[in-house]
Write a protein that binds this ligand. Structure first.
Ligand SMILES: Nc1ncnc2c1ncn2[C@@H]1O[C@H](COP(=O)(O)OP(=O)(O)OP(=O)(O)O)[C@@H](O)[C@H]1O
Ligand SMILES: [Mg+2]
Length: 239
């Protein structure tokens, strides 16, 4: 599986949210996507996940444009948005099952896969509880289960560790490692730089929609905060 973001640009009126961004991802890679608030991370991820369209540029999954082949992209990509599930009257199981069916799973295969992901994210014990009554950490797990239920090759996670307590964050890092070990490519945005330094094989710092710095190779233990401060400016400095 290959992912190529080519010259991606998104404008909202006079504001350029993403400005000619290019990068690529390969299987087994876990790439951190960081940048100041408003630097274009969510916009980029939404376009990759076919939830938004670029003003210019493209994203190619295995050489196929996400604009021309959205169904191919949706099959290949699992997306974890930066908001948590709000389908309040559904149980965790009903929610995961619903998205598995939406991806075309049926019968014994459906049941097996739903059980498998429920075990993977550790929600099997609470699967019959309504999502609205779950803690934030549990909701995030359900959200991850939804993102991986169709066994996508690329995982796009927008601030998945946001609001999680230390234990839940440690567990989350373990899930990401296991997914990468299975050969998935993972793109993960976060403001918790220490978390990224633990799990990522590379890191991109963006500012005002442009790539400010790209780090590859072993970033474990790296002081990402210093690199971040060197290559970005605050929103007030940008104005
Ligand atoms: N629908 C929209 N209409 C107008 N402007 C938008 C829209 N969506 C995003 N923007 C603007 O695009 C820029 C990039 O926003 P984006 O949400 O991609 O940033 P981000 O890097 O994800 O920030 P954060 O770290 O706060 O999540 C911001 O200036 C934002 O205000
Ligand atoms: Mg965002």
């Amino acid at each position: 599986m290959t992912v190529e973001v080519r010259n991606l640009t998104k404008r909202y009126g006079s504001l350029t949210a993403v400005d000619g961004l290019s990068f690529s991802l390969r299987e087994g890679e876990v790439v951190g996507f960081v940048g100041p608030n408003g630097s274009g991370k969510t916009t980029t991820m939404n376009i990759m996940a076919t939830l938004d369209e670029p003003t210019a540029g493209d994203v190619l999954i295995d050489g196929r444009s996400v604009i021309d082949y959205p169904d191919y992209a949706r099959r290949a990509i699992g997306f974890m948005p930066d908001y948590i599930p709000s389908q309040s009257d559904m149980s965790a199981h009903e929610y995961i099952d619903f998205f598995a069916r939406a991806h075309g799973l049926t019968g014994a295969k459906l049941e097996r896969r739903v059980r498998e992901v429920e075990e993977f994210v550790n929600v099997a014990q609470i699967r019959d509880r309504e999502i609205s009554g779950l803690s934030r950490g549990m909701k995030q797990r359900v959200s991850l289960a939804r993102a991986i239920v169709h066994d996508p090759e690329l995982l796009i996670m927008d601030e998945p560790a946001n609001g999680l307590d230390p234990r839940a964050r440690i567990e989350f890092r373990a899930y990401v490692r296991r997914l990468a070990a299975e050969g998935k490519a993972v793109l993960i945005s976060s403001h918790i730089l220490a978390d990224l330094a633990e799990i990522c094989t590379g890191c991109m710092i963006i500012e005002r929609g442009r790539l400010a710095k790209s780090l590859s190779g072993d970033i474990k233990g790296m002081d990402l905060e210093s690199v971040f401060m060197e290559f970005t400016r605050s929103e007030t400095e940008q104005a």
